[in-house]
Design a binder for this molecule. Structure first.
Ligand code: NAD
Ligand code: TDX
Length: 339
């Protein structure tokens, strides 16, 4: 393995969201000596319930904004690493109103980078495969660290912008940073605006699942726990200045995933409705994670998608109190967009 870094105090931005909270739980379970400070603005996507059960002596929660220079300065000066998950994360929302995406994803990352520079804090930036644009369904290639940036949506263009800031700050100011671009995550605590939990909770509410376009768009699914283990590996062993792609060979088209959900919940395979397509809808994402696997020896644990999906369905069945308060407003937002 390349480099070795052992952080003791880590700031996790966006730690009350889906992937951030799963990462905090992963650190609690797998890195007993590490203290985490979560910085989260608790937007519509953040929920303190996601961090329930974590002991006070292992985690401090700070309710605040990544664009707040003073607060970010203070937190980074008191810690030795920062893993930056906080973002506006939903493509459909970015099409309706891009403003918070530019603010949080671009200005927020800039604010953190400036503090990382000032206090020489090791910085890991969480990004997405969407910065590379999309691939044709019959394209034999997959995204690698060398693929040129070609983002399609307001969301992915702000993530691409934030990646560029990290690269520039690394080269020009020599900050100790790495970037990871991961494929589509699934698992517990994912907001019900996203594809898999939206369809599961629709079925649980007696609503029809909703499929965009022709249903043939491909996403490369990874369990969020595997994303967490990869991020930790990069933070502690990755080479500063490098980008690593994270994926688990999970390419599937949307209609197959939806039919697997329907089948897993005892419904007919055609028990869904077609709705208006997403403007600019990316056709296919596919990640080649050889660099991460070969250089850092990382391996995903959840390689059986059917098993991971069944556990995810059970989680939403068992945690209705977590998601039901969000359902009406989420579906009302979609209805306005014809989706
Ligand atoms: P999420 O929307 O579930 O969570 C985002 C969190 O950030 C929330 O807790 C929210 O309150 C917080 N936040 C938003 N604006 C903030 C601000 N200004 N200051 C502080 N906190 C703020 O998102 P997610 O799906 O968990 O994604 C986390 C990260 O992973 C994002 O950077 C996203 O781009 C990236 N990513 C996501 C996926 C995916 O499949 N969901 C895949 C690859 C990369
Ligand atoms: O109701 C739906 N019906 C449908 O067909 C929804 C919500 C989505 N879809 C389609 C659109 C996509 O092809 O399902 C696919 C997945 O959609 P999302 O869950 O919105 O994810 P995606 O747009 O692929 O982006 C996700 O992965 C990359 C995350 O939201 C991003 O934060 C991450 O960067």
């Amino acid at each position: 393995m390349a480099e070795s870094f052992t952080p003791e105090r880590v700031v996790v931005t966006g730690g009350a969201g889906f992937i951030g909270s799963n990462f905090v739980h992963w650190v609690m379970e797998n890195q007993p000596g590490v203290h985490v400070t979560v910085l989260d603005a608790l937007t519509y996507a953040g929920n303190l319930e996601n961090l329930k059960g974590i002991p006070d002596d292992r985690m401090t929660f700070v309710h605040g904004d990544v664009c707040d220079t003073e607060l970010v300065d203070r937190l980074l000066s008191e810690n030795d690493a920062c893993v930056h998950f906080a973002a506006e994360s939903h493509n459909d929302n970015s099409i309706v109103d891009p403003a918070p995406f530019v603010r949080t994803n671009v200005q927020g990352t800039y604010t953190l980078l400036e503090a990382a520079r000032k206090y020489d804090v090791r910085f890991h930036h969480i990004s997405t495969d969407e910065v590379y644009g999309d691939l044709a369904l019959d394209d034999p290639t997959r995204f690698t660290e060398e693929t040129p940036y070609h983002p399609s949506s307001p969301y992915s263009s702000t993530k691409a912008s934030s990646d560029m800031l990290v690269r520039a700050w690394t080269r020009t100011y020599g900050i100790r940073a790495t970037i990871s671009n991961c494929s589509n995550n699934y698992g517990p605590y994912q907001h019900i605006e996203k594809f898999i939990p939206r369809q599961i909770t629709n079925i649980l509410c007696g609503l029809s699942p909703k499929l965009y376009g022709d249903g043939l768009n491909v996403r490369d699914w990874i369990h969020t726990e595997d994303h967490s283990s990869a991020v930790w590996r990069i933070l502690t062993c990755g080479r500063v200045g490098e980008t690593y792609l994270i994926g688990a060979d999970g390419e599937k088209n949307n209609i197959d995933v939806l039919r697997a959900i329907l089948e897993g919940m005892g419904k007919e395979p055609d028990d869904f409705v077609w709705v208006r397509d997403r403007p600019g809808h990316d056709r296919r994402y596919a990640i080649d994670s050889s660099k991460l696997c070969h250089e850092l020896g990382w391996k995903p644990k959840h390689i059986d998608f059917a098993q991971g999906l069944a556990a995810t369905i059970r989680w939403y069945q068992d945690n209705e109190a977590w998601w039901s308060p969000l359902k009406k407003a989420t579906e009302a937002k979609y209805a306005k967009q014809g989706q």
